[in-house]
Design a protein around this ligand. Structure first.
Ligand SMILES: Nc1ncnc2c1ncn2[C@@H]1O[C@H](COP(=O)(O)OP(=O)(O)O)[C@@H](O)[C@H]1O
Ligand SMILES: O=C(O)C1=C[C@@H](OP(=O)(O)O)[C@@H](O)[C@H](O)C1
Ligand SMILES: [Mg+2]
Length: 181
């Protein structure tokens, strides 16, 4: 299976860029968080509140395995920021597709996330701090430190321009074949 899997920190553009890459390649797009929400009948913050992070991670692992096991044409999947870091999910990603790490500098992530962090439970507490930007930066830096050893195993780390043209050129150079199944 030749799915294209986008991984990286919250705000790195997995959902936004994933949708554009899918359109470019003529593939279906899926967002793992959206699958989880549909299956649970609850929003992501509601799942964290009712079931804790452990409950969310179990749902995430199950949803990923459902996508990975499906038959049909390969798709583009935006994972959640934590997906590669729990429940051997990285093995599932590597066995069933090509992993692309969107590596975006922390100050840019802070600019993107400082409004709307309430929809991301692991970042929500930063909004109540005296300096939300500084708190968000610290939180993202801690998260990256814990996750970099997973993200860095991606087949391609893209740190350049977040355009479809730049990313598809980098993917081609790294050996991603959009037409192979
Ligand atoms: N390349 C980009 N340039 C500017 N803003 C972006 C870019 N990609 C995403 N964003 C914005 O950043 C926020 C988070 O993007 P999103 O795609 O949801 O990231 P992720 O799924 O990785 O958490 C959104 O408000 C989105 O509009
Ligand atoms: O980083 C994380 O652990 C999470 C990121 C979120 O997805 P995005 O990366 O799309 O924001 C979502 O899966 C959940 O809030 C947990
Ligand atoms: Mg997303």
């Amino acid at each position: 299976m030749n799915n294209l899997y986008l991984i990286g920190l919250p705000g790195s553009g997995k959902t936004t860029i994933g949708r554009r890459l899918a359109a470019h390649y003529g593939r279906a797009f899926r967002d793992l968080d959206a699958d989880i929400v549909t299956q649970a009948g609850r929003t992501v913050p509601e799942i964290f509140a009712a079931e804790g992070e452990a409950g969310f991670r179990q749902r995430e692992a199950d949803a990923l395995r459902a996508v990975a096991a499906r038959s049909g044409p390969p798709l583009v999947l935006a994972t959640g920021g934590g997906t590669p870091c729990f429940h051997d999910n990285l093995d599932v990603l590597h066995r069933t597709g090509f992993t692309l790490w969107l590596d975006v500098p922390l100050p840019e992530l802070v600019r993107r996330l400082v409004r709307g962090s309430g929809t991301r439970p692991l970042l929500a507490a930063t909004a109540a701090q005296e300096s939300p930007e500084a708190a968000l930066f610290e939180q993202l830096a801690r998260t990256l430190a814990a996750r970099e050893r997973f993200y860095s195993q991606a087949r391609l780390r893209h740190s350049g321009a977040a355009t479809v043209a730049a990313i598809t050129a980098a993917l081609a150079e790294a050996g991603f074949s959009p037409t192979s199944t």
